[in-house]
Design a protein. Structure first.
Length: 292
């Protein structure tokens, strides 16, 4: 029997491995525009892209707070949301102190609120997560680095590292600035908050997201969030239709809208327009457009 040359055997082995590697990489291809659905839903509640989107959420099963957490939570005055997660219900907008009303960064996971979409971009050493709201991004470093220690300067969106566990992208984050709220109801956190997100790829069009937060300074137990479905979209309907033309296959080029918090716009909304007619949230001392 003739013996095959060693180099030829190695080449055959390489070709045998290629399909498996290709399949794995294909399964891990999450680049593109995504919509997060509310917990328990598998389809959007509306046909339009933005109207069917939900925020990434830790849910309503919030653990008890520590004494430190209770004291910090007692200072929150959310925007008229009568909810068990809110410390107080204040219908008059002049009493609210939600930090996003003065265009402070929303932080994570709250930056995903407001019918916003997100976009993943996969690079060699990181996955980048872009949000329409604030048009901000998060770096998920996949180059084997570790999250910084407790001496790191806090960031609005923290520091994040990630790795693949089979078909799941696991993201670990810490170093969050404690001025942000976790939701519109005013749930707080400390600078010791650590967040683990698990993005399980179900198929090319769907991802299952689940988050768990630990913050021993603010809460007595981990806050385990529900699972949420994410669905891939060709583009955001917040981008003017046809502005980029179409790809050769007839599908639109992907893009997401720029949804910035601009202080002058916020000032107009809360002071001039005053849609609820319930007061001046910004106070008399702030400058800006002349009141009507």
């Amino acid at each position: 029997m003739r013996r095959l040359p060693g180099a030829f055997i190695v080449l055959l082995a390489a070709f045998a491995v290629v399909p498996a590697v290709f399949a794995q990489n294909s399964q891990r291809d999450i680049s593109g525009v995504w919509r997060i659905l509310p917990p328990g839903r598998t389809t959007a509640r509306a046909q339009t892209v933005g109207a069917g989107a939900a925020a990434p959420t830790l849910g309503t099963n919030r653990p008890p707070m520590t004494a430190w957490g209770q004291a910090k939570w007692s200072q929150t005055k959310p925007s008229g949301r009568n909810s068990p997660l809110a410390f107080v219900f204040l219908p008059d907008q002049k009493d609210w102190n939600d930090p996003i009303f003065v265009c402070d960064p929303a932080g994570y996971p709250r930056t995903g609120a407001g019918n916003t979409l997100l976009r993943f971009v996969q690079l060699q050493d990181e996955v980048v997560q872009f949000f329409e709201r604030d048009h901000f991004w998060r770096d998920f470093w996949t180059d084997a680095r570790k999250v910084p220690g407790p001496g790191a300067k806090p960031r609005w969106y923290g520091y994040s590292v990630a790795h693949w566990d089979g078909d799941t992208l696991v993201v670990e984050s810490s170093g969050f600035d404690d001025r942000t709220w976790l939701n519109m109801q005013g749930s707080i956190h400390s600078d010791e908050m650590r967040l683990v997100e698990r993005y399980k790829v179900l198929d090319r069009e769907h991802i299952e997201l689940q988050m768990t937060m630990t913050d021993p300074k603010a809460y007595t137990a981990p806050w385990v969030g529900p699972t949420q479905m994410m669905e891939r979209l060709p583009t955001s309907d917040g981008v003017a239709e046809g502005i980029w033309g179409k790809k050769p296959d007839g599908t639109p080029y992907p893009d997401i809208r720029e949804d910035m918090c601009v202080y002058s716009d916020e000032h107009l909304f809360w002071v001039n327009d005053d849609p609820a007619g319930l007061g001046n949230n910004f106070g008399e001392a702030l400058t800006g457009a002349v009141k009507k």
